[in-house]
Design a protein around this ligand. Sequence first.
Ligand code: ADP
Length: 483
Amino acid sequence: MIQLIDPTLLKSTSYINGKWLPQAGNNIKVTNPATGETITALNMACAEDAEAAITSANNAFQLWKDTSIKTRFEVLKKWFDLIIANKQDLATLMTLEQGKTISESLGEINYGASYVEWFAEEAKRIYGDVINLPGQNSQGLVIRQPIGVVAAITPWNFPNAMITRKAAPALAAGCTIIIKPASETPLSALALAELADRAGIPAGVINIIVGQSRELGKVFTDSAVVRKLTFTGSTPVGKILIKQCADTVKRTSMELGGNAPLIIFDDADLDKAVDATLISKYRNSGQTCICANRIIVQEGIYQTFIDKLTAKVKQFKLGNGIESNTTHGPLVSEKAANDVNNLVQQAISQGAEVNIGGKISPLGACYFEPTILTNLDSSMDIFREEIFGPVAPIFKFSNEQEAVDMANDTEFGLASYIFTNNLGRAWRMAKNVEYGMVGINEVAISSEMIPFGGVKESGNGREGSKHGLEDYTEMKYICLGGL
Ligand code: ADP
């Protein structure tokens, strides 16, 4: 049984044009990965509902784009306040549908809310340029205007924050938005819609539609009214969506997969590097796109590092995330656990050694044991693939150039981490790795204040920071002549 302080936050149907769609009996189950129990039956919207959402977002855009900055600030701030006031319930819903521990869920609600607060303020800072043209009689002006109706497709690993960091800048810029959350985690999204409604965000400005992803995604990408698609998810799906957006030459922001290297040099503070690896690798049971995917350790400390890391992983308590003594929850689904298992078994067949873990846990089909693999090299699939599970593959290197080459030997380029106490080396490494983000002696790199995003096949666009609004505005040049 679900115990919510405010049970009306549990919704099971889409929110379009300020109204909840009726239950039409077209249901799928939302299940709790920790127990396999059904949380609720989710009413699936269809293509016609997506069309209606686009129409409502377009109608709302005609008014919202001209609302005062003060109005946008006030409703976003109200939304932020309501998210914080209801964080316990939002966290409970998240743990139930996603599996992460309750403390991780609470952390995500605060993190997700921080984007709403940040962009409420940033709405006041949409600046332009004045250009002194060479002639005497004209002046150049550059203004930024909202791009229009935005469609967002979001993943299940951060069911709250991946929505707020798209919706908040869109609304702050004057855009309206239709969001399709992952089918695994719709309840966190729908609860956010309920709070947006209570905050007084006008009908049609924010719409959350739950349904079959390919069907709804195609309606968004084919629509000439939708001027921008923002997506967080896997690189293969991102590529499909970019292709689908070509026909209408839509703007896209893509936050795709990663293959983050975490490089530890002999001269690093070893204990700090071990603790940082535990956080970066095993946070959300390894299901984040910036999780360390390859741990690359210099040969002088290689064995000591493994021994220290293994001792700490032994202390983890795998279990149901709703229980307070659980340190690591299940993966989001049985399929997720099977995918991780396949990758690990393949690595073992290619010669990997299992230091700890290495299999699906007896706790249940969604639980994968926290794992450390050694005796690996860069020819193995585990070096190339995004693991998305609690598996730490440890590779060895000898010198700085080799570390750079290994880090860059991937099509991905999202986050990277370097541990060294040599300042010159830290700076050289930061410049030479082909990643959108570099953590030097730090893995907690994400915040609403920084530009989050990747290069290469990890995507384009930046979320958060003063740059986060740029993805939701168009630049317009005005030549003011005859002066
Ligand atoms: P993951 O592997 O993390 O589930 P996906 O890229 O498969 O990542 O999913 C991220 C989001 O993209 C989810 O909301 C999912 O429903 C959606 N999605 C998956 N395939 C498609 C598609 N072909 N068109 C539109 N959306 C899709």
